[in-house]
Write a protein that binds this ligand. Structure first.
Ligand code: SF4
Length: 118
């Protein structure tokens, strides 16, 4: 184990980016506002060695200099938020499940229940 990153979940890390489904629930991914935001008041990479960058195999996060940014928000796998409770400082924020349901209801009104969307 020596030399390995403390929080790296290797079994989840495929070495290259995994592309998330782009029509979850048969709805267009780009219209679903589901992705993490980082509370920079709390984020402290010195406490985790950029855990979220290594953990997320969808490569939503990216290290830029000495901070982490949400680089590819729409590749976040709806409704996954497994990174959030693993952040040691509680800096990762997702919308509530209620908010997600509200958005999905709105999109259902717009697109119906089709399994493919334009
Ligand atoms: S958001 Fe959390 S897990 Fe990611 S770098 Fe900041 S403190 Fe670490």
């Amino acid at each position: 184990m020596e030399g390995k990153k403390k929080y790296l979940a290797e079994e989840r890390y495929y070495g290259e980016k995994v592309i998330a489904p782009q029509n979850p629930y048969g709805l267009p991914r780009k219209e679903i506002e589901w992705y993490p935001k980082i509370d920079y008041e709390k984020c402290d990479p010195s406490k985790c060695d950029y855990f979220c960058v290594d953990y997320c195999h969808m490569k939503v996060y990216k290290q830029v200099g000495n901070k982490v940014v949400v680089d590819d928000p729409y590749n976040c796998n709806v409704p996954s938020q497994s990174c959030a409770p693993r952040c040691p400082t509680g800096a990762i924020i997702f919308p509530s499940k209620e908010e997600l349901k509200r958005q999905l209801r709105e999109l259902r009104r717009k697109y119906g229940y089709a399994t493919t969307v334009p």
